[in-house]
Design a protein. Structure first.
Length: 196
């Protein structure tokens, strides 16, 4: 019976991200008499929706908790799939998703290159008035170059709202019950906690 169970879980692991976790077998050993009872340990598999930045959507996968920690360590699903070789992934779903992510990144890169010259012409048009106003105000040339470089980088990299970033305001309370200060913090939720 355990042979068929192991085979089915190996097939099952190809339909999700298991991070190398498989079925383990061994014994429960009693404390008093040392009696052994055969048992198996199955991977802790969860069905989760994980956000993919390249695909810009939530992807529902069967993932082990070890794989969730690894995805979080890599900084997201895209980085985990792109940096892990297919042999180590050992997942058909992971390999297909990796190809989709690569195709989406290539498409985004091509769109960025085709829209690059039109953005450059529009950014030079917006920079020209700022130069003349700076020159009339007697601004420093170093400041002008810093402003231009920040404008060009802002035009190149669009800001995206990430669902894993959470903004929270924490009120610090002293031992005597008085509130001292409010601290605004932005922290990153673990990747597997989002729901679609």
């Amino acid at each position: 019976m355990s042979g068929s169970l192991v085979r089915s879980l190996v097939k099952r692991s190809r339909r999700g991200l298991y991070a190398g976790k498989t079925v383990l077998s061994g014994n429960n050993v009693s404390e008093d008499g040392g009696n052994r009872t055969r048992r198996i340990w199955r991977p802790n598999v969860q069905s989760k929706a994980i956000y993919s930045e390249a695909l810009d959507r939530m992807v529902r996968l069967n993932v082990t908790t070890a794989a969730m920690r690894t995805i979080d360590k890599y900084g997201g699903l895209d980085a985990y799939l792109l940096e892990t070789p297919d042999e180590k992934l050992a997942s058909d779903v992971g390999s297909k998703l990796k190809e989709q992510i690569r195709a989406a990144l290539v498409k985004q890169k091509q769109q960025g290159q085709t829209s690059g010259p039109s953005q450059a012409s529009s950014s030079t048009a917006t920079e020209a008035p700022s130069r003349s106003t700076k020159a009339s105000q007697g601004g420093d040339a170093g400041e002008l170059s810093n402003i231009e470089s920040s404008q060009s980088t802002a035009a190149e990299v669009p800001k995206r709202v990430r669902p894993d970033l959470v903004e929270d305001t924490v009120q610090k309370i002293r031992w005597d019950g008085r509130a001292t200060q409010a601290v605004k913090r932005i922290y990153r939720r673990p990747v597997w906690t989002y729901e679609p």
